[in-house]
Write a protein that binds this ligand. Structure first.
Ligand SMILES: [Zn+2]
Length: 104
């Protein structure tokens, strides 16, 4: 049986833009590790789903497909779970807005 990763407490970090969509990302939620991101840690944009890695300056660099393929399977599984959650949240938002337009 696959063990579910435990998410730690989110912390506020120095706001840096997503390298793809430009959204300011100023929180980090650790998976069973320290919450303070360090060089090489993987970042997932909750807005657009971009997968990036932190550099030494705390900025995010989008990973290539080959770099994503080279990630450990456990990490790719966690990223897939995050993408499902992101799409679910986005679809709920679209549905709420459609309902609001229908009511008003
Ligand atoms: Zn993004």
């Amino acid at each position: 049986m696959t063990r579910r990763p435990r998410l730690g407490r989110s912390v506020i970090t120095r706001g840096t833009p997503c390298a793809r969509c430009g959204a300011t990302l100023d929180r980090a939620t650790p998976i069973e590790r320290s919450a303070v991101p360090k060089e090489g840690d993987i970042s997932f944009c909750a807005y657009c789903g971009a997968i990036a890695a932190f550099d030494a300056d705390g900025k995010r660099r989008i990973l290539t497909l080959d770099e994503i393929r080279a990630l450990p399977e456990e990490v790719r599984d966690q990223l897939a779970t995050a993408e499902v959650a992101r799409r679910y949240t986005a679809s709920k938002r679209v549905a709420r807005e459609a309902l609001k337009r229908h009511i008003n």
